[in-house]
Design a protein around this ligand. Structure first.
Ligand code: MD3
Ligand code: FE
Length: 215
């Protein structure tokens, strides 16, 4: 007999970070295993890789994509592309479990009918970080971005509309989902260097899914 701490109920509550930004704590916990299996399916066709920034730096975060469009960086710039530049093939299709979760989370944050055409998958190992930036390569800023955290916890930086605005520190754990839209859509944000640890579901990593309407 195994003790069941929560029965069928997973801890799930909502935190407003500011206008247009809401954290749905634990929202993805019920599908986390299915999401991670789907990530493995995507990476068997489009492996994680460390992209090069336009400034010539190798990103510490390893990335891949699924969906009709994928985000890519190389010394010539950032862009969304239909094809994986490593293979010359289209990015893997968006798994159903991804699409359903993204739509459910967006709807629960007040964005009806969100249909992402791109999912950027970020993999952090200890020490990996993402410096403050804006997501500006998408065509339509009226669509939200939905972000799903899996694996090791991280500290997310939620800044303002200018790079030097003071950034709030927001801890994000396995299964947390954040929806960014409206006035929050163009806020600066980043992720502090990942602390070492072992997560029972995925080991020494954090994986973040960001769902976007890019095209
Ligand atoms: C706030 N990823 O891939 S997701 C990215 O955890 C990215 O891997 C981070 O920033 C990660 O571009 C953070 C949360 C996020 C995504 C988009 C945003 C926060 C945002 C857009 C506007 C404001
Ligand atoms: Fe971003």
């Amino acid at each position: 007999m195994t003790a069941d701490l929560f029965g069928d109920d997973v801890p799930n509550w909502r935190e407003e970070l500011g206008p247009g930004a809401v954290v749905l704590r634990g929202f993805a916990v019920p599908v986390a295993t299915a999401l991670l299996a789907a990530v493995n399916g995507v990476t068997s066709a489009a492996p994680f890789r460390h992209m090069i920034t336009p400034g010539g730096f190798r990103m510490s975060v390893a990335m891949t994509n699924c969906g009709a469009l994928g985000w890519a960086s190389d010394p010539t710039g950032y862009r969304y592309d239909r094809l994986d530049p490593e293979s010359g093939q289209p990015w893997p299709a968006m798994p159903d479990v991804f699409l359903r979760l993204a739509r459910d989370a967006a709807a629960s944050a007040g964005f009806a009918d969100f249909t992402p055409d791109a999912c950027l998958i970020n993999r952090y190992e200890p020490g990996a970080r993402l410096s403050l930036h804006q997501d500006k390569n998408e065509r339509d800023y009226t669509a939200p971005i939905v972000s799903v955290s899996l694996g090791l916890p991280a500290v997310f930086l939620f800044g303002g509309s200018r790079r030097d605005d003071k950034a709030a520190r927001v801890p994000l754990a396995h299964g947390d989902v954040v929806v960014w839209g409206g006035p929050a859509r163009l806020r600066y944000h980043g992720v502090l260097a990942l602390k070492a640890g072992i997560h029972p579901a995925i080991g020494e990593y954090r994986v973040n899914l960001t769902f976007r309407k890019a095209g």
